[in-house]
Design a binder for this molecule. Structure first.
Ligand code: SER
Length: 633
């Protein structure tokens, strides 16, 4: 069964059971500044898991692209990927454990044809925050019994604490709960597998959650009935595992959080497409499936040397880079841009190790587009941009890579015989700033040669840079502005006028997805399914210019979130302003306003300061998201 067939079966199975299909959202989460990437299908659903009503109903199904970067250095083994797809079904206060477990068992055994003898499950063992999940144990027992299989705690059903059997929240706080996970015993599926009793390979005491690779987790049913909130008086969360790092979001049970019951009991499930595909196909690894074959074929024949791990790293990283660029990320030293930079540069370094003398990233990127273009048509639309961003980044790094590597080699030769085997922080920083070596890459190269790096010292060197980044982030939060020059302020007000004009002309489904302003232009991303017609573009442009001519006052007010919502204020990022929000209203006193938006400002005081507005470009950004570039003159 191909990955495409598995996805189609999953969607159909749940649609037949009353689930509505939701769109595959961007890798860059909207409205959540605490995480860098979409790491799971539930990410775009957080408000609905917390109780807001979803326009498509209480039963949802979908396939979601995701990025997890906690494991970048692990990529190369048989199951870690940076980019992956997840299938999920959700119940928003509708069905709970009984139906969820039944759907899972039925789908795996009837639709995918998995022999239930090969299936193992894990359940939450209980702790001070939540009780042992006896209900799930009983439900699994009866599912297995329906297939004539005995199951009990310790026989097919294994209990684990929070570290294994609890999921979420995706960020620092939010919906979460105990989960039950399904594993396939790969020793019994597929041809020519080693015996499950091969203790040398698997370890004598192998169990579903051990790391030897025999049991592969394919599906996770999370029973989201808790909201993790900060206990009053607690400091910031110390662990880096969840928040900005975006690793697998399993919480380490910090004391500074409380688990409160949610107003509704939800189900959030996630099935890893790559894993289920390779396991069902009886392949040894995800890299042996059609999800990677075209990508390998695009560069492996040109390699001077072969090395499995390096080849996997190149394929994985350039696939992830393709999707990141397609979702609007460009390489930089900050946030998502830094992750993209690390992925491309690490791939380029491994390409060089395998003897790639020239630029090579274009072919694996084009092969990724070819592999996914039917399900992600915007990859084809953005083909040229994707290739050019990646190739440029490769060129930038290739230019300095050899020198940087020489610098490391010299340093190591000079320190030969010294006992500490540490690369000092100054050199690490120099490699970062002069040669463009992401610190993780320097660390990896050091490790290969039996060295470590002075990370703490590097952090200190980096502090100044971080300070700059923080300022940058604050500026971005001040309404998406790169600076506060008068020109940018005019563009900022123009952006509000544009946002409302698009809603007036196209409809209320239009929402801001992103905004970027420089003194030269504005760039505005918004939800809309199709290309705008010439007539629509003209109407939007005319409406903005009309409002400029009307010389409407622009007024800022601070009010409660509830009041702002009551007044119909639109816009993103409301959470980050706390309970009191700043709202900008464009319109005359006593008349219905033209626009009202949550916003930190700044803005001009009257629309007549904006100038003549002109749209210069309208294009697709990703599925269901359009981008407009415009100028004011
Ligand atoms: N959020 C859970 C996971 O990622 C289930 O979808 O595993």
């Amino acid at each position: 069964m191909t990955a495409k067939e598995i996805k189609a079966k999953f969607i159909r199975f749940f649609e037949e059971r009353g689930h509505a299909r939701i769109p595959n959202a961007s890798l860059i989460p909207e409205n959540d500044p605490t995480v860098l990437f979409t790491t799971a299908g539930m990410h775009p659903l957080v408000p609905y898991l917390l109780g807001e009503s979803h326009p498509l109903g209480k039963r949802l199904v979908g396939v979601q692209r995701a990025i997890r970067t906690g494991d970048i250095e692990e990529v190369g083994d048989n199951r870690h990927n940076t980019f992956f797809e997840m299938l999920g079904n959700w119940s928003l206060g509708d069905y709970f454990k009984k139906e969820a477990i039944h759907f899972s068992f039925e789908f795996l055994t009837k639709e995918l044809g998995l022999n239930p003898q090969h299936l193992y499950v894990t359940v939450f063992e209980g702790d001070a925050d939540a009780p042992r999940d006896d209900e799930s144990i009983h439900l699994w027992q009866s599912e297995f019994a329906s297939a004539g299989i005995e199951a009990n705690v310790g026989v097919r059903i294994y209990l684990y604490p929070k570290a294994q059997n609890w999921w979420g929240p995706a960020g620092e706080t939010g919906p979460c709960g105990p989960d039950t996970e399904m594993f396939i015993d790969t020793a019994t599926v597929g041809e020519g597998r080693p015996s499950p009793h091969d203790a040398a390979r698997y370890g004598a005491t192998c169990h579903p959650n051990c790391d030897c690779g025999r049991f592969i987790e394919i599906w996770n049913d999370v029973f989201m009935e808790y909201n993790r909130v900060k206990s009053s008086g607690s400091g910031a969360w110390s662990s880096e595992r969840n928040s900005k790092r975006n690793s697998d979001p399993r919480p380490p049970t910090p004391d500074q959080y409380r688990y409160e019951p949610l107003t509704q009991r939800n189900v959030d499930t996630g099935m890893g497409v790559e894993r289920v595909t390779y396991v069902l196909q009886g392949k040894e690894t995800v890299f042996d499936t059609e999800l990677f074959s075209t990508i390998f074929a695009s560069f492996v024949p040109r390699l001077a040397k072969r090395d499995t791990r390096s080849e996997r790293i190149i394929a994985d990283h350039l696939k992830a880079a393709t999707f990141l660029i397609a979702d609007g990320v460009t390489p930089s030293n900050l946030d998502q841009g830094y992750v993209l930079r690390r992925l491309i540069r690490r791939a380029v370094r491994y390409g060089k190790l395998l003897g790639m003398a020239d630029s090579f990233v274009r072919s694996p990127i084009e092969a990724t587009i070819a592999t996914y273009k039917e399900e992600y048509p915007y990859l084809t639309e953005r083909h040229d941009d994707i290739v050019s961003v990646a190739v440029q980044e490769e060129k930038r790094f290739r230019g300095v890579l050899a020198q940087g590597l020489q610098r490391i080699a010299k340093l190591l030769a000079a320190s030969e015989g010294r006992s500490d085997r540490v690369i000092d922080s100054k050199t690490v920083f120099e490699l970062f700033s002069t040669y463009g070596f992401p610190v993780e890459l320097t660390e990896e190269i050091a490790k290969e040669r039996g060295y470590t790096i002075d990370r703490e010292g590097f952090k200190a060197e980096f502090l100044h840079h971080q300070e700059l980044s923080r300022q940058g982030a604050e500026k971005r939060f001040a309404g998406g502005l790169a600076d506060h020059s008068q020109m940018s302020i005019r563009y900022h007000t123009a952006t509000h006028l544009l946002h409302q004009a698009l809603r007036t002309v196209l409809g209320d489904h239009v929402f801001q997805k992103g905004s970027n302003i420089t003194p030269e232009r504005l760039r505005f991303d918004f939800s809309h399914p199709v290309k705008l017609t010439a007539e629509e573009l003209t109407r939007v442009e005319e409406l903005v210019n009309e409002k400029v001519k009307e010389a409407l006052p622009v007024k800022r007010e601070i009010m409660s979130v509830a009041e702002a919502k009551r007044l119909g204020a639109i816009g993103l990022f409301e959470e980050k302003y706390g309970d009191e929000v700043s709202v900008y209203t464009i319109g005359r006193e006593g008349e219905a306003p033209f626009s009202r938006e949550f916003c930190g400002g700044p803005h001009v005081t009257n629309t007549n300061e904006v100038g003549t507005f002109r749209i210069v470009k309208e294009e697709a950004l990703s599925a269901g998201v359009r981008r407009i570039k415009a100028v004011v003159e």
